[in-house]
Each structure stands twice: as C-alpha cells, then as structure tokens.
Design a protein around this ligand. Structure first.
Ligand code: CP
Ligand code: NVA
Length: 309
C-alpha cells in the first residue's frame, strides 16, 4: 500500500512520531550550515515532486519547494486553473497521467473528494496540502514547534479559540494520535465537526466545548487561533463571521487566563487585530515564526516517509 499523507488520523501514530523526530534531527543537522546547501544524504536525488495549488499559498508553496530542493529533488509548481484539471479532465485521469511523470504529488484543493480521488488513482504518494476540511501538514509543524519549546505535548491542554475550521480539525486528529486534550471555544455555529470531536474522545482525549473564552483558556499550555474567514468561505459571510467571532479574539487579556508559560500559535496568514492582536502575535507567548519555519522541516520528514527514503 502507498504511503499517502492524507490526514493525521489516517496515519499510524508510530509513523507520526518518527516523522516529528526525524524533522527535528534534520533541522538540527542543518544548523550552522550555509543557507541553500543540500542535505548531505540527498534522499530525494532524482525525484520529481508536483506541487498543485487550487488555492493561494505562501508557506506551503515555498516550504515544500525549498524542502524538496534541500533534499536534492526537483519540483514543478502547478496551478489548478493552468492544468486540464481546471478544464474538465477528471481527477482520476490527471492522477494516472501525473503518476507516469512524477514521484510524489502534493495538492491543495477545495473539496476533500478531489484529494481522495487523486490518492485513489495515483500510483505515487499524495500529500494533503490543505482542503476545506483539514490541514495535516500544518499540525505536524505545530507539534514539532510545541515540542521544541516545551517537550512532549502528551497530556497538555490545547485551546482553540475561534472558527472550528480545517486547521482546528487537524488539531483534533492530532489530539487523538499524540494524546493531548483540546478545548474549543467559539460560537456554536462554527463548532468543529462532531465526527472529529468524537474521534478524539474515543482515543481517550478530553475534548471540551466552552463558550466562555476566558474559562476555556484557564490552565492552557497552548492557545491557537486562525483567520476568521478561510479561503473556502464566501466573502459575503465576512461581516457575520466577524460579529460572531469577535469575542474570541486572542489578546493579552485572554492570554492572562492561560498558564504563565503558555505558547501562542497561528498557522498564518493572519489578519492582525482581528483573530489575534499584534501584542500577542509579537509578544512573549508567540512562536508563530518558528511554526512557519517548521513547515519546512516537518514536511521534509513527511515526504521522506511517503517515499520511504
Ligand atoms: N499556513 C499555511 O498553510 O499558509 P499558506 O496558505 O501561505 O500556505
Ligand atoms: N483556515 C485557513 C488556513 C490557511 C492556511 C484557510 O483554509 O484559509
């Protein structure tokens, strides 16, 4: 069977753990080296990686591209609309054809069914670079970031404040696989999917839904938020979403309720002074730049796992 990286709950916990540990080892191995030098063992030499984007991206696009090159491989960045994929060719046929050229496919798309169909028909591994429903690569970077700063995330209290969106969903998957607890605080209209809450609870994680953000954040080891309007949300819902989400802004007042050494994360891009204030984003709890950097290291480990190299 193919090592697709489709979601955190679909990946074996021991494999997830080894990816985080390998990411850390590779990151440390590069320290003190010249920027742009190739990793010593060039595990991706001779490999071509297709990076398909049907939505905008800064971090995912650059970190995958750089990661492949650091490991000695090559990339091809494709936009959905430029490909026949955006003009009626089926996903299955696209997957069959791409598999004859490239060794690995990363795709960022809207409906999860596109990712799943790509994986079903591709003869090479497929990586989820974000769908409307989940964003697993982000959370691999977040786990790496947490553990670099604070040690094992097992048993810790993570608080998600805001929209129960795709990034929140992958945090719930990670709660199950890495054994931490998650409290969601946000308006009921934007609760995370019941299925994902159930999954984390079944795995033994405590998942709480708490409408009062100050109460939710009590005792938090990590506070996380994300944009109030995601790429898949219609701009016409912007005002309504802002009104619902305003009480869940992560600001210095809210952070006072967390543990004194709590970390703050945001996957970025951020809308400063909406979901989080600059005082928090640029303040002592924030690890947002390490988080962004760690996309690179975590995804290098994910790609090596996919390819078995
Ligand atoms: N966090 C994240 O995935 O950022 P991009 O949309 O810039 O890739
Ligand atoms: N929830 C955001 C994450 C962006 C990386 C979105 O889907 O737009």
């Amino acid at each position: 069977t193919m090592n697709h990286f489709l979601d955190i709950h679909k990946t074996d916990p021991a494999d997830l753990r080894s990816m985080i540990d390998n990411a850390r080892t590779m990151k440390e191995a590069r320290k003190g080296r010249l920027r742009g030098t190739v990793d010593d063992d060039t595990p991706l030499a001779g490999h071509m990686v297709a990076l398909i984007f049907e939505k905008p991206s800064t971090r995912t696009r650059v970190s995958f591209d750089v990661g492949v090159r650091q490991m000695g491989g090559q990339t091809m960045v494709l936009s959905g609309t430029d490909m026949q994929l955006g003009h009626g060719e089926t996903i299955a046929d696209t997957a069959r054809v791409l598999s004859r050229y490239v060794d690995l496919i990363m795709i960022r798309t809207f409906d999860e069914s596109v990712l799943l169909e790509m994986a079903e028909y591709a003869d090479v591994p497929v990586i989820n670079g974000l769908t409307d429903r989940t964003h697993p690569c982000q959370i691999m970077a977040d786990i790496l970031t947490y553990e670099e700063h604070r040690g094992s995330i097992a048993g810790k209290k993570v608080v998600w404040s805001g929209d129960g969106n795709n990034v929140c969903a992958s945090f719930l998957h990670a709660a199950a696989q890495f054994g931490f607890d998650l409290t969601f605080t946000g308006p009921s209209q934007l609760d995370p999917e019941d299925e994902f809450v159930g999954l984390a609870r079944k795995a033994g994680s405590t998942v709480q839904i708490e409408r009062d953000p100050a109460k939710a954040v009590e005792g938090a080891d990590l506070v996380v938020t994300d944009t109030w309007v995601s790429m898949h949300d219609s701009q016409s819902t912007k005002e309504r979403r802002h009104n619902m989400l305003r009480p869940y802004q992560v600001n210095e007042e809210l952070m006072k309720h967390a543990k004194p050494d709590a970390l703050f994360m945001h996957c970025l891009p951020a809308h400063r002074e909406d979901e989080a204030t600059s005082a928090v984003m640029d303040g002592p709890h924030s690890v947002i730049w390490d988080e962004a950097e760690n996309r690179l290291h975590a995804q290098k480990a994910v790609m090596r796992w996919c390819l078995g190299v």
